[in-house]
Every structure is written in structure tokens, then in C-alpha cells.
Design a protein around this ligand. Structure first.
Ligand SMILES: Cc1ncc(COP(=O)(O)O)c(C=O)c1O
Length: 430
């Protein structure tokens, strides 16, 4: 694939933009990082004239594809009315009512701009509500880049023991004092979680209900329900970080898909189809600390008219198209089956994990990882060569084995993806 112009632009951007890219995760996606001119439906068009079928969905948000007429119309109407108001408007009520109508167990919401922000606000709400400090998170789960929570996302697995990992910062410049109240456990171990909660000093337990950031590892049978029940028993607030799973696994997100209702759920990415919006949803009483003024929630762009209009339009598209989740899930299933069938036919070992529209391919193992350590043991070396071959054939994938499916991935795209897999899968031979 010709990437000459991208390489030139990368060299140029590295002069004025530190690292040449705008997020630390992006530099590793391809060499050189690709520069794009536009996107349309499920396709990205780069500066070298390549048309790429996209299964990255911008790391999740583009659930209804790009250049969608309903989002375009909603956003252009909104932009003519205001950029942002820093004040109240009916768009807030419309979107809040829409989310409350779609997500089980959500009575009220608050709005922010990014996933990292709502993670922080939810922890603050939990602390204000319980009067406790400690927060439990799980190995390999990602909850944004802030100091208190960017711990044990890609930890040193030799430190401590698998059952009691020490809390470890994830990047330079992170003061240890900022994560002294954050405790880490292996996921899917209800016994260990119950023992920690029994200490009676835990404000919140936060988790990705499907660990999409580390291999789309699935929750063990009964784990989510057991964790939420144990939190309730010990006066701890349960938080599902649905920044990826929200409006993706189902309209009601992981709450609906797994039939488990935590105290709070956090949404971003798919909720606004590519615009910067994040939401906390939960039972009415979860927001008492805000009403009572014992804690605060701020943000210049909270309730931004344009982003909320995009949010409402996205949820209208998703909720008014009756078979959209069946179609998206079917597409994901067909891709997983293609991997599994082709691998079996050629004597290649692999497995897949995930749910519907977000899943991972794990080369070199037939055993589905059940926690972060299982995922970390998967050797993604062969996947890089596979991914490059697929990219050369015009299909763009994330580097970590993860695939995202959206509403504009149709039969034509399935055919392209399947052909790409068939032609490149021999790279996954051990
Ligand atoms: C599960 C999860 N939580 C939180 C975040 C942080 O969201 P943001 O990047 O919008 O700050 C992410 C980002 O990928 C995420 O995947």
C-alpha cells in the first residue's frame, strides 16, 4: 500500500506536534501513522488515495458510521443555533429523557465531555455518598488516563502475586500518593472481591463489564451479578464503565446484555457517534450528593448543544432501526466464524472472545482468556503481520486483536473482510 504522503505528513507533523500524533495510543497503529482526509459510512480515505474498510471505528465511537445524514442534519441545525451556551437548553432534557427511556435502571443522568471525566465524577459521587475513600479496580481494565485510575492496566506481572497484585502506576509523572486509595484485584474472582469488600471501607468498585480494552475478556458466569450484589451488601457503589459497551452491546448496553443493574453506568464513545459526549446514568439517589451540594460536577462543555444533538441523533438512529443490533451482531459473528473455520481448516490455533459488535482474535491459543493474565500471555506478534497483510488488502484493524462492528458494515463489507481474512490468515501460523 502506498503511504508516501502519510510518511511525509508524519515527518512534518512531528516538527510542530509533539510525537506527531494526538494520542499516545495512535502512533502504534501503523508505520507510518496514516493521515486521513475523510470518512464515509464504514470507509476511511487517506491522503495517498487509499480507501480502507474500517473496523477500528475510531476506537469505538463510530457506531452509525461516518457522514451519516441524520447526524449531519442534527449537528448542522444545532451549529446554526449556538456553539455552546454554558447554560440550559431543551436538548439536555431531550437526550436525558431518551437515555432514561432506553437504559434499564437509569432514572437520571449527568453530562460531561470525555470518558476519563465521567470515571472521575463517578468515583467522587461514590466517595461523597459513602464517606469512604478506597476504590477497587481490576487488572487490565482501562478507565482513562487520570493519575488515580491509570493503574495496573499493563502491569508488571512479576510484582506481588496474581491474587494480590500491588497497585502500580501506568506512566511517568504519576505521583504515588494519587493512587494510594486505589486497590487492584484480578477480574472474575468473586471470592477475592467479597473478601476485600468485607473490610467495609470500599467506596466503589469500577469495572468494564466486558474487558474490551484487554482482549474483550468476558465476565465469568454470575460474576457481574455477584459483584453488584456484594457491593450492595457492603454499602459499596458498583460502577460499570460502559464507555465501550454502552449502546454497543445493546441499546441498554451491558445492563441489558448481561441483565445486571449496577448503581452507576458510564457512557461515552458510541453514545454520540463520534462527537465528544460522556454520560453518567444511575438511580436517582446516586446523584443526591450533587443535589445536596456535598460534592460538585463541573465542565465548560457539559451539555454542549452540538454534542448533545449528535447524541440524540445517534440514539434515534439506533433505536428507530429495529434490526440494527441483530445485523451488527450477525456481522460480528460471521467474522468470528470465518476466523475459526479458516483456522480449523488450515491447522492454525486461535480463539475469539467478546460480545456482538466488539470482539478479539487471540492467535496461538485455543483457550479463551478469562482474565488479564490470560490475555497478556497471548502472543500478538503474528497478528501484526496478519494485520499488515489485511491493511495492504484495504481493511483497517486495531493492533491489539480487537474488532469493532458498526451499523454501516453490510454484506459487501462482510465479503471484503472475509476475503481479507482468508488471504492473510496463514500469517497466524505459529
Ligand atoms: C472503558 C473506558 N473507560 C474510559 C475511557 C476513557 O475515555 P476518554 O478517552 O474519552 O477519556 C476509555 C477510553 O478508551 C475506555 O475504553
Amino acid at each position: 500500500m502506498n503511504t508516501e504522503r502519510s510518511a511525509e505528513l508524519y515527518a512534518r507533523s512531528s516538527e510542530s506536534l509533539a510525537c506527531g500524533v494526538s494520542s499516545g495510543f495512535r502512533a502504534k497503529v501503523s508505520d507510518p501513522p496514516l493521515f486521513f482526509e475523510r470518512a464515509e459510512g464504514p470507509y476511511f480515505f487517506d491522503v495517498d488515495g487509499n480507501k480502507l474498510l474500517d473496523y477500528t471505528l475510531a476506537w469505538g465511537p463510530l457506531i452509525v458510521g461516518s457522514n451519516h445524514p441524520h447526524l449531519n442534519e442534527a449537528v448542522s441545525v444545532a451549529v446554526r443555533k449556538s456553539y455552546t451556551l454554558g447554560a440550559q437548553h431543551e436538548g439536555e432534557i431531550a437526550l436525558a429523557e431518551k437515555i432514561v427511556s432506553l437504559v434499564p435502571g437509569v432514572d437520571q443522568v449527568i453530562f460531561s465531555s470525555t470518558g476519563s471525566e465521567v470515571v472521575q465524577t463517578s468515583i467522587r459521587l461514590a466517595r461523597a455518598k459513602t464517606g469512604r475513600q478506597a476504590v477497587i479496580k481490576f487488572e487490565g481494565h482501562y478507565h482513562g488516563w487520570m493519575n488515580n485510575i491509570l493503574v495496573n492496566y499493563r502491569p508488571d506481572l512479576d510484582a506481588g502475586s496474581p491474587e494480590a497484585p500491588p497497585t502500580m502506576g501506568g506512566t511517568g509523572g504519576q505521583p504515588e500518593e494519587e493512587y494510594t486509595h486505589t486497590r487492584v484485584l484480578p477480574w472474575n474472582r468473586l471470592d477475592l472481591l467479597e473478601a476485600e469488600l468485607a473490610k467495609g471501607d470500599v467506596a466503589a468498585v469500577i469495572m468494564e463489564p466486558l474487558n474490551a480494552n484487554s482482549g474483550s475478556v468476558e465476565p465469568a458466569d454470575g460474576f457481574l451479578k455477584g459483584a453488584v450484589d456484594a457491593c450492595q451488601e457492603h454499602g459499596t457503589i458498583s460502577i460499570f464503565d460502559e464507555v465501550i459497551t454502552g449502546f454497543r452491546l445493546a441499546l441498554g448496553g451491558a445492563r441489558e446484555y448481561f441483565d445486571v443493574i449496577p448503581d452507576l453506568s458510564l457512557y461515552a464513545k458510541a453514545v454520540a457517534g463520534g462527537f465528544s459526549l460522556a454520560v453518567i446514568g444511575g438511580k436517582r439517589e446516586m446523584f443526591d450528593p450533587l443535589r445536596e451540594g456535598t460534592t460538585m460536577h463541573g465542565g465548560t462543555y457539559n451539555g454542549s448543544t452540538i454534542n448533545l444533538a449528535a447524541g440524540l441523533a445517534t440514539l434515534e438512529v439506533l433505536s428507530e432501526s429495529p434490526d440494527v443490533y441483530d445485523r451488527m451482531n450477525g456481522h460480528g459473528q460471521a467474522i468470528r466464524e470465518t476466523f475459526e473455520q479458516e483456522a480449523a481448516d488450515r491447522g492454525i490455533t486461535l480463539c475469539t472472545t467478546g460480545a456482538g459488535t466488539v470482539f478479539n482474535v487471540h492467535p496461538g491459543t485455543a483457550e479463551k482468556p478469562t482474565d488479564y493474565r490470560g490475555y497478556a500471555a497471548v502472543d500478538l506478534g503474528s497478528y501484526s503481520a496478519f494485520r499488515q497483510a489485511v491493511l495492504d488488502a484495504g481493511v483497517q484493524l486495531l493492533p491489539d486483536g480487537r474488532w469493532y462492528i458498526g451499523a454501516t458494515h453490510g454484506d459487501v463489507e462482510l465479503g471484503i473482510a472475509q476475503e481479507g481474512i482468508r488471504n492473510a490468515i496463514d500469517h497466524l501460523k505459529a
